[in-house]
Ligand binder design. Structure first.
Ligand code: HEC
Length: 123
């Protein structure tokens, strides 16, 4: 009986992780590398999108762009998160891949000024 309970608990704790991996796989299936700047694949594969959104716009966690922090500060947060963000060690995410992620975020265009969006003008 205890073994069954243990298996159930393990299964329940791992379910969100497995589902997230499946979601990454689905999105990756749609990525055509030539359509995306360098680093988008890494950003999706490493799961940053799950908390920071596909465009770094934020969601469950902070937005990463507009403005993007300097690389050294960015890398420090990823290697030694200051609070609850998961740690990404160099074994999981090499410096080269981290730089690609940074360059993906650098290439995201700035958000337009709300005054330039006709739908928001109220006319
Ligand atoms: C499970 C959710 C989660 C994932 C996945 C995640 N982060 Fe975070 N991130 C957070 C949270 C929460 C914070 C707030 C600070 C903290 O908890 O350390 C944060 C903060 C940050 C910050 C600092 C933002 C600021 O304005 O202070 C950066 C940069 C960052 N994350 C980059 C990344 C990158 C790059 C990845 C993928 C390699 C990633 N994060 C994956 C949750 C996540």
């Amino acid at each position: 009986m205890n073994i069954i309970k243990t298996i159930l608990v393990i299964a329940i704790f791992h379910l969100p992780q497995v589902m997230a991996q499946d979601a990454s796989r689905d999105f990756l299936g749609e990525i055509n590398d030539s359509d995306h700047p360098d680093g988008y694949r890494e950003y999706v594969e490493l799961g940053c999108w799950q908390c920071h959104g596909f465009q770094g716009q934020g969601g469950r966690a902070a937005k990463l762009v507009d403005p993007l922090m300097p690389y050294d500060v960015f890398a420090m947060q990823v290697r030694k998160p200051r609070n609850i963000m998961p740690v990404y060690s160099p074994n999981v995410l090499s410096d080269a891949r981290l730089k690609k992620i940074y360059s993906y975020l650098q290439n995201i265009p700035e958000s337009p000024d709300p005054d330039d969006i006709p739908l928001l003008s109220g006319d």
